[in-house]
Design a protein around this ligand. Structure first.
Ligand code: HEM
Ligand code: HEM
Length: 217
């Protein structure tokens, strides 16, 4: 067995930054939304917007395991994967996301992106509004309702995500350490995926972050 790098540093920062910003978004959404909680909700929300926009770009130009073409599989592959019962401890064949996990990643990214976009046009009709709520006019009411509904859907989806990761752990598949430290143990003959430079990823992430925060000026 040897160790290979499967998640570059930028993806790992993306993941844990996203998890933190999501926690803040959800927590602040259920407080009285004025002062600090309103600010926290807006800043965490646009941070998510920037992170997910960056992740979509990285899905085309990033490391091999980050690219959509490597982990978004046809339904047939997903069915085959789900039916194949792995024995505990048996090495797993995929390097990054497995065929089922790939689709859950797509679902999370799509809903998070939509949610953060809708937030820009949402308003409580009193003191708490996204920067473009006024421009949305009458549509803002429907958009806000949708923003609330998708908020709950995301809480459900992310809870399933976290439960799934721990579910894999009970079958001795450790997904958590790689997304923290970047590496995974593989058989000697396996070649590691091609990695894009972390610095390039971080520089692009900084640009996306800067642009998104401009929305709140
Ligand atoms: C304690 C909480 C969390 C744990 C333990 C965790 C764990 C993980 C692990 C192990 C992976 C890699 C899965 C794989 O190998 O296929 C992953 C990926 C991912 N997680 Fe989490 N996660 C947590 C919280 C969150 C939250 C709150 C969100 C969303 C708001 C999230 C969104 C994602 C996304 C989008 C990916 C795909 C990464 C990528 O390809 O860019 N996670 N997570
Ligand atoms: C993905 C990130 C986000 C999540 C998970 C999220 C979640 C939520 C949830 C669950 C609510 C409803 C709370 C309740 O029932 O009272 C809410 C309300 C709201 N959100 Fe977000 N939000 C996000 C991003 C944003 C962004 C980027 C903005 C604006 C820049 C925003 C602006 C608002 C506003 C104005 C409301 C008030 C609606 C009301 O209280 O009637 N959100 N958000």
């Amino acid at each position: 067995m040897k160790k290979v790098k499967i998640w570059d540093g930028a993806i790992r920062l993306f993941h844990w930054g996203l998890a933190a910003a999501f926690g803040i978004s959800v927590y602040s959404a259920f407080q009285d939304k004025f002062g600090i909680y309103a600010d926290l909700h807006l800043y965490a929300g646009v941070t998510i917007l920037a992170l997910v926009a960056w992740r979509i770009l990285w899905g085309f130009i990033g490391s091999e395991t980050a690219r959509f073409e490597t982990f978004v599989k046809k339904p047939r592959s997903v069915l085959l994967y789900v039916r194949h019962k792995r024995k505990p401890g048996e090495p797993y064949a995929w390097l990054g996301h497995n065929p089922a996990g790939g689709w859950s990643v797509v679902a999370m990214l799509a809903l998070l992106f939509l949610q953060a976009l809708l937030g820009l046009f949402s308003s409580d009709d009193m003191i708490f509004s996204g920067p473009f709520a006024e421009a949305a006019g009458d549509a803002s009411g429907v958009i806000t309702e949708l923003h609330e509904t998708i908020g709950y859907a995301l809480i459900g989806l992310v809870s399933i995500h976290i439960l799934a990761v721990f579910g894999y752990a009970t079958r001795r598949v450790n997904l958590l350490m790689p997304i923290i430290f970047g590496t995974r143990r593989v058989e000697d003959g396996v070649t590691g995926p091609k990695m894009a430079p972390t610095l390039k990823g971080l520089a692009l992430m900084a640009v996306f972050g800067g642009l998104a925060w401009l929305l709140l000026l």
